[in-house]
Design a protein. Structure first.
Length: 80
C-alpha cells in the first residue's frame, strides 16, 4: 500500500483528470505513476514531456521501441 493516496479523476487537478481519463480509455487503466505524481501537475507534465522528447528523437525505429520498453521492464522486474 502506498504511503500517499493516489489521485483520482475526482480529486485531481482538471488537467491531470483529463490525462487519467485518456489513459483509462487508451489502456484500460490509468498509469500508477500518473496517479502518484498527480499530486504535483508540474512534475507529471515534465515527466510526460521528457518521455515524448525521447520518443521523438527517432534513434530507435518505432517497430522496435515497444519491444525495448517491454524488455527493460522485464529486466527491472516490472510486470509491464
Amino acid at each position: 500500500m502506498p504511503r500517499l493516496p493516489e489521485v483520482t479523476p475526482e480529486s485531481a487537478d482538471p488537467a491531470i483528470a483529463k490525462m487519467l481519463q485518456a489513459q483509462e480509455e487508451a489502456f484500460g487503466h490509468a498509469f500508477n505513476a500518473t496517479k502518484m505524481m498527480g499530486h504535483c501537475p508540474e512534475i507529471v507534465r515534465g515527466a510526460n514531456g521528457l518521455g515524448a522528447a525521447i520518443d521523438k528523437q527517432g534513434n530507435v525505429e518505432p517497430a522496435l521501441r515497444y519491444l525495448l520498453y517491454v524488455r527493460v521492464a522485464q529486466l527491472n522486474g516490472c510486470p509491464f
